[in-house]
Design a protein around this ligand. Structure first.
Ligand code: SAH
Ligand code: SF4
Ligand code: F3S
Length: 465
């Protein structure tokens, strides 16, 4: 009998990427096979993101394109998952009658059962419960899908040997930053049990994974909202980092994301104490103005943020800091924005993600007065990004002449590509018999805005540079 094929397209954050992997594994375990071509798949899953208006539009336009595909192949089943699915629910079914299943963020694990129950009428599974528990889940790398294509026309790239993986440690968020949909689309903050996380991490390492990134919207508050150990005792994110780092065979550990309001000295010290914790930290600041931070309901000040940067750099001088910034938050004046620019000068982030503020359904800031003009937002964004680009290069130039360990990601005709511990991409114009995940030493001989170039140091010369 012909096997049922599926294809998943993912938008949004790393948590969504991980969720897509989980859905792919759940389907593979039920005998579905992954299709290289979304237009040809029996089941298409669009895993959506709602964080900014643009992210939602992208998912909507893909769904629009799929309407035409389904006209030609009425047997095709379309599932919308992720944050737009959770947020739009019934409305999505009404606006998009070609959608068969709307799968909410807490209904992920029911995907395979729900698909078998489809009978041509749209189904909704978008319950968001306060007592949700993330199920135990053991990844089997053999069943993991290929990464999804950017456009419906493109086939996914052939999967390379997986060597690094995301591991979700918590879901949801209780912070209610006034601009953010996450507390509404992912529900209240739930931490996974320590044993489930460690079992998953062990399974990954046993399967040959060398690098793990722990994921949560606010990892610093891991274990605060529900018990994560059998005895219900205190267990912090820092302890989790130590326990994961102790797994023999794991070579690199990262995590994301952190809200500065919950960043403890205990966690900062981990950068000096845990050998495999990479010196790289994404600490979203959002704005350099205390007035704006307060209206965003970000419960820290510019001063506290700068103090944290100083502390992190004193613990780990080579730490590469990155951030998120929103420009044009309602009421952001020229002077407020200048404070963000000044903060950029002061911290000199290795990289940043910056966005124009957009109203999101259900968020408090949608109702705020003094919306900033689109043109002003665009000007501010390009000023910020232009200066950040210059700083990226200035920071990257500091790596010139340094000898660094680089984890190989892939081989190409031009040589090899890998990453430093600080998460910089390094191009190496030489080849070596190695597999993704192997670590080589290189000397950096060129720095660009967004990547470095290195030369291999022959193994016998290790430590000479
Ligand atoms: N949990 C993380 C952020 C996750 S969302 C934290 O607390 O920092 C990723 C980024 O999207 C945010 O840091 C913010 O910069 C941006 N973002 C969120 N909502 C937005 C909105 N309504 N408009 C523009 N950018 C937004
Ligand atoms: Fe959104 Fe704030 Fe939660 Fe981050 S901490 S997910 S920005 S509500
Ligand atoms: Fe987007 Fe939801 Fe992640 S809104 S950023 S997919 S948590």
């Amino acid at each position: 009998m012909k096997k049922v094929s599926f294809s998943i397209k993912t938008f949004g954050c790393q948590m969504n990427e991980r969720d897509s992997e989980i859905m792919g594994q759940l389907l593979a375990e039920r005998g579905y096979v992954e299709s290289m071509d979304m237009n040809d798949a029996d089941v298409v899953i669009v895993n959506t993101c709602s964080i900014r208006a643009k992210a939602e539009q992208k998912a909507m336009s893909l769904l629009g394109a799929l309407r035409k595909v389904k006209k030609k192949r009425p047997g095709m089943r379309i599932c919308v998952a992720g944050c737009v699915a959770q947020q739009e629910g019934l409305e999505l079914c009404e606006r998009m009658p070609h959608v068969d299943l709307v799968l909410g963020t807490q209904n992920l694990y029911a995907l395979a059962d729900l698909l078998t129950s489809l009978d041509g009428t749209p189904k909704l599974a978008i319950n968001l419960s306060d007592s949700y528990e993330i199920p135990a889940f053991i990844p089997t790398l053999a069943a993991l899908p290929h990464s999804s294509a950017d456009h419906i026309e493109q086939a996914p790239a052939p999967a390379a040997r997986p060597f690094r993986k995301f591991l979700t440690i918590m879901q949801g968020c209780n912070n209610y930053c006034t601009y953010c949909v996450v507390p509404y689309t992912r529900g209240r903050e739930v931490s996974r049990k320590v044993t489930d996380i460690l079992d998953e991490a062990h399974a990954l390492v046993d399967a040959g994974i060398c690098e793990i990134t722990l994921l949560g919207q606010n990892v610093n508050s891991y274990g605060r909202t529900n018990p994560v150990t059998a005895d219900g005792g205190r267990y912090t994110f820092s302890q989790l980092l130590r326990d994961v780092a102790a797994i023999p065979g794991l070579q690199r550990l990262r995590f994301t994301t952190s809200n500065p309001q919950d960043l403890s000295s205990e966690l900062m010290r981990c950068f000096g104490e845990i050998a495999i914790l990479c010196p790289q930290f994404h600490l979203p600041v959002q704005s350099g103005s205390n007035a704006v931070l307060s209206r965003m309901n970000r419960r820290y000040t510019r001063e506290l943020y700068l103090q944290q940067v100083q502390e992190l750099r004193s613990v780990r001088p080579d730490i590469a800091l990155s951030t998120d910034v929103i420009v044009g938050f309602p009421g952001e004046s020229d002077a407020d924005f200048e404070q963000t620019m000044e903060l950029l000068e002061e911290v000199r982030f290795h990289s940043s993600f910056s966005f124009k503020y957009s109203d999101r359904p259900g968020t408090r800031s949608t109702g705020f007065a003094d919306k900033v003009d689109e043109l002003v937002k665009s000007e501010r964004l390009s000023r910020f990004q232009h200066r950040q680009d210059e700083i990226c290069l200035e920071q990257n130039l500091l790596y010139l002449g340094k000898s660094l360990p680089v984890m190989i990601e892939k081989q190409s005709e031009e040589g090899m590509v890998g990453r430093t511990e600080s998460n910089h991409i390094v191009h190496i114009a030489e080849s070596l018999a190695c597999v993704p995940g192997d670590i080589v030493r290189v000397t950096i001989h060129h720095a660009g805005h967004h990547s470095l170039n290195g030369r291999l140091i022959p193994p016998q010369q290790k430590g000479a540079a």
